[in-house]
Every structure is written in C-alpha cells, then in structure tokens.
Design a protein around this ligand. Structure first.
Ligand code: DX5
Ligand code: ZN
Length: 219
C-alpha cells in the first residue's frame, strides 16, 4: 500500500496565529495544505481568498492544493497557478467547458484535478477522468466544516477506485468532508491516497497536531 497524504484544511485553522498553526502542522509532518477557496456563489459560504493563499504559501515549504469552489473557475485558475498551487481542483458543475479549464491548468504548469459533489455521479464526469491528475470525492456538501458524512458516498468511493484500476488511470483519489480517523483507517485500505483533515480529524482537538498525526500514521 502506498503512503497516504494527510492534508489539513486551512479554512479550519486559527488565522489569528497563522504562522504558529503552519509551524505546528509542518512539525507534525503533514503532507500538503488543503486550501478551500469559496466565492459565496457556487457554495453558500466564503472561505479563503487569493490574499490568504499567498500568505499561507509564504509561510510554508509544504505544497498547497487549491480546491476552487467558485463559479467559472476558468476565469481564475491562472491566479492560483501563479500563487503556487501544486494541483488545482475545479468543480466540473461550475464550468461550462471543464476540459478546457483542466488543460489550461496544465499549461500553467500545475497538476489538474476535479472535485465532485455528492449529487454528481461519476458517469457525469467520466469523460474527464483520462485527463486528470487527481479527484476529490466530496463526502459532504461543500461549503462548511463540521457536517455529517453522507454514507451513500461509500458506493461512489469504491466505484472510483474500481474505475481507476480497470482503466489503469494514474490519478490520485482524495476524500473531503467529515473525514475521521476511523474513515481514514477504512479508506486507506481500499486505495484512497489523500485525506482532507478538518474538524473531524485534526482542528479544535485537545491533542497536539504532532500527537494526532502520529496516531493517524499508525492506524
Ligand atoms: C470544504 C472543506 C471542509 C472541511 C472538512 O471543502 O475541506 O469539508 O474543512 O472538514 P470537516 O468536515 O472534518 O470539518
Ligand atoms: Zn476542500
């Protein structure tokens, strides 16, 4: 089994002490910082914007992704590519020509991925699968931390793993939304690569980030 990537969701971090938060996460040994960008339009909330993105990137050597929960991502992918994203995820539902956007992301030198909402079936995005480096399966409706895992997503998670295997696709698969230690334990064994850690796994706990990450590595 390949190593899993633990990806703290920075919208859940305490921005009043951002440098300390990042330092603690780095020392704990996380793999990538998950950056949720929300426009208050595609999703009913606002989260990190470009300035936050640039600040976080300045404060860390860790790679950053960009999970764009915004309408018409094609208009904005360049900004996040220039801000240093290693991989940019778009929601195909938010874009008229998602394949064009994915190609554009790659032209800017980034990896390109899609994030799929609970009500978006894998059949609806199947044409995109040969073109992506990563997929995030949303296991809650995007927009807010602290929601409940949608159990029926289990089928979709297994379906995407099977499709990847059958077609020998090389994209990574990530899960985002109410990802608890128990779920990491369950899904790392079926081939999930990336886990977004929010309030369910790492933020707002009694234990230190280092203790939590050690436990997650030893599941
Ligand atoms: C949105 C975010 C949230 C959240 C996940 O894309 O990534 O889903 O921070 O953390 P939980 O659900 O554990 O609070
Ligand atoms: Zn996210």
């Amino acid at each position: 089994m390949s190593k899993i990537n633990l990806c703290p969701s920075m919208m859940c971090a305490d921005f009043t002490k951002l440098d300390l938060e990042i330092q603690d996460l780095e020392q704990a040994g996380v793999d990538l910082l998950h950056m949720d960008i929300m426009d208050g339009n595609f999703v009913p909330n606002f989260a990190l914007g470009l300035e936050d993105y640039i600040s976080v990137n300045r404060l860390t050597h860790l790679p950053l992704d960009a999970h764009l929960m915004i309408e018409n991502p094609i208009r904005h992918v360049k900004l996040f590519a220039e801000a240093g994203a290693q991989i940019i995820y778009i929601h195909p539902e938010a874009d008229r020509f998602p394949l064009t956007t994915l190609e554009k992301i790659k032209d800017y030198g980034c990896k390109a991925g899609i994030a799929i909402n609970p009500e978006t079936s894998i059949e609806m995005v199947s044409e995109l699968l040969p073109h992506i480096d990563g997929v995030i399966i949303m296991t809650v409706n995007p927009g807010f931390a602290g929601q409940r895992f949608i159990e029926s997503m289990d089928k979709k998670i297994k379906q995407v793993c099977a499709l990847r295997k059958e077609n020998e696709f090389t994209f990574e698969i990530g899960l985002d939304g109410n990802i608890s230690p128990q779920r990491i334990k369950k899904y790392k064994n079926i081939g999930i690569n990336n886990f977004v850690l929010g309030t369910s796994a790492i933020f707002g706990k009694e234990q230190s980030y280092a203790e939590i990450v050690t436990e997650l590595r030893n599941l």
